[in-house]
Design a protein around this ligand. Structure first.
Ligand code: COA
Length: 505
């Protein structure tokens, strides 16, 4: 495909310019909606050019140049990293995983707001983020009528294009032209009281359009790029991840034998990372066929499952592939094209759809407490890790919400099972199963005290089991609130001890 043939609209051909010239169009203080979700489909050139401009501006002194950055989810060093490095971000939302952003959020020099990913577009439409000045959206190409061929993620792109006063498009020649046709952009969402049911009863249904609508008059610049997505290398599952996967597979087998799960399971949602990948690998080597996924991201493990027939199809909002995964996808894109659908994140994570389909949600956690509350975001209750992402969308509304973690962190000095979580993202009411390499606790149907016994017995590391049992038994012995017994003055002392001494022991 020739370079020019990716921009077929004659008007927009005339607006092709450099990243530096496009960055000049972004004023200080602007609220900018950018494409990008889990390191896929984010703008590659304009954010860096803007960061250079900010650096030059700030070197002269005066009022610092900062912007508000809204995305789909996490991006990459070329976007979050470069802008955070020059202290160019005033407010960041709704999810990030960049080390420089994290440092700034935690040292108080960057504001960050953490939202359920399904709800971001609703917040934007309701005006909570103020006026959106500019959208910067990566696309695969521009069609003759000005509509856009979306890139490797859809995220919040539809909302940003609709909301922004002005639009900058990055046409990335590196992205596969054959991504065209893999998207399903739904234009039926509305604010209450005008909402209609989302008519998805199977993960593979199409309810929308293949392209993003784009008002040509709003487009102020088109920048051509040729750069790959972040493509984080794939880590081989370690022992803990493999054990966690084994516990989950054994649990699925029991549920199928009882008749609570069909042999094709239910649509899978899988968080990103080492443990979810290990679970996918284990499923792939098991007896499963014709599974489906209704999830946020397509990772390497899902490609393998599609290839082997374990997975029939996957619906998501983005890719998150390693360099090897991307090479596999690029080589066999004709095979994958009909088996993958990318949707906007307000649909991929929609609570109504998650509830109707009966999603099996598997997500990582930082810590769980003995009653089943989960902390997914805060280190020692105060320091942001990444954000809640879509875990809450799926955990509360799915049929099965499974949270997973090794039973210890930081060389065994931290127990992932604690008396009381230092921050709550998912309450005891949303959490059905907790699993560590030690074992799995099925919390369904249990009272708080029964849950505490199941979690300590099955999930705690032997180094912390006695300590947890002792805390629980002494809490019960107080004879005070016996529904969820606690010694409040002691409940968070494990975290305090770690902060002061470097160990929870
Ligand atoms: N206390 C303190 N630190 C802890 C900890 C605990 N209980 N558990 C883990 N950590 C630290 C690790 O030591 C590691 O620190 P480092 O970066 O300094 O090495 C860091 O937290 C990440 O831990 P790791 O075991 O590598 O986690 P992970 O990659 O499996 O991710 C979450 C775990 C919870 C951070 C991740 O799943 C997440 O961000 N979840 C929220 C969003 C989400 O669920 N998204 C998917 C929805 S679709």
């Amino acid at each position: 495909m020739s370079k020019q043939s990716r921009i077929l609209n004659p008007e927009l051909q005339k607006r092709v310019t450099s990243a530096e010239a496009a960055a000049e169009l972004i004023p200080a203080g602007a609220t900018v909606g950018m494409s990008g979700f889990t390191g896929a489909g984010y703008p590659k050139a304009v954010p860096g050019a803007l960061a250079d401009r900010i650096r030059r501006h700030n070197a002269l002194g005066g009022t610092p140049f900062r912007i508000n950055v809204l995305t789909g989810a996490s991006t990459a060093p070329e976007l979050d990293g470069k802008l955070a490095e020059v202290d160019g971000i005033e407010m960041r939302l709704p999810f990030q995983s960049d080390p420089i952003c994290r440092e700034r959020i935690n040292n108080g020099t960057m504001s960050y707001a953490d939202y359920h990913l399904s709800e971001v577009s609703q917040y934007a439409w309701s005006g909570f983020f103020g006026k959106m000045d500019i959208a910067i959206i990566e696309v695969v190409g521009i069609r003759e009528d000005g509509s856009l061929i979306p890139s490797s993620s859809l995220g919040n792109n539809k909302t940003w294009i609709e909301q922004a006063d002005k639009i900058i498009l990055e046409v990335n020649h590196k992205q596969q032209a054959l991504l065209e046709g893999m998207h399903d952009v739904y234009y039926g969402v509305a604010l209450p009281p005008h909402r209609k049911p989302i008519m998805l009863t199977e993960p593979n249904q199409r309810i929308g359009e293949q392209y993003l609508r784009c008002p040509i008059e709003k487009v102020v610049a088109v920048v051509e790029t040729n750069a790959p997505d972040r493509n984080t290398p794939f880590k081989q599952p370690d022992d803990n991840s493999r054990k966690i996967a084994e516990h989950i597979l054994a649990f699925f087998e029991r549920e199928i034998a009882i008749g609570r799960l069909p042999k094709e399971l239910l649509p899978l949602q899988s968080g990103v990372g080492n443990i979810p990948n290990a679970v996918l690998e284990a499923l792939d080597s098991g007896p499963y066929k014709n599974l489906t996924a209704y999830t946020e991201v397509i990772q390497d493990g899902m490609l393998k499952m599609l290839k082997s027939g374990t997975l029939e199809m996957a619906s998501a909002t983005a890719f998150s592939l390693s360099p090897e995964g991307l090479a596999e996808f690029d080589e066999n894109i004709e095979f994958y094209r009909d088996k993958i659908l990318l949707r906007s994140q307000d649909i991929s994570n929609h609570p109504e759809v998650a509830r109707r389909l009966g999603i099996i949600a598997t997500n990582g956690m930082i810590e769980a407490d003995i009653y089943g509350n989960i902390n997914s975001t805060h280190i020692m209750g105060t320091r942001m890790m990444n954000g809640i992402g879509g875990s809450g969308d799926f955990a509360r509304n799915g049929y099965l919400s499974i949270f997973m973690s090794p039973s210890t962190a930081k060389n065994g000095q931290i127990s992932s099972i604690v008396p009381m979580v230092s921050h709550v993202d998912h309450t005891e009411h949303d959490v059905k199963v907790i699993v560590t390499e030690q074992g799995l606790a099925d919390l369904r149907g249990l009272s708080p005290r029964q849950r505490a016994r199941a979690i300590i017995e099955n999930c705690a590391h032997p180094d912390f089991k006695d300590q947890l049992s002792d805390y629980f038994e002494r809490s019960c012995a107080t004879g005070r609130g016996m529904h969820t017994p606690h010694i409040l003055g002691e409940a968070l002392s494990w975290h305090e001890r770690f902060e002061e001494t470097g160990t929870m022991k």
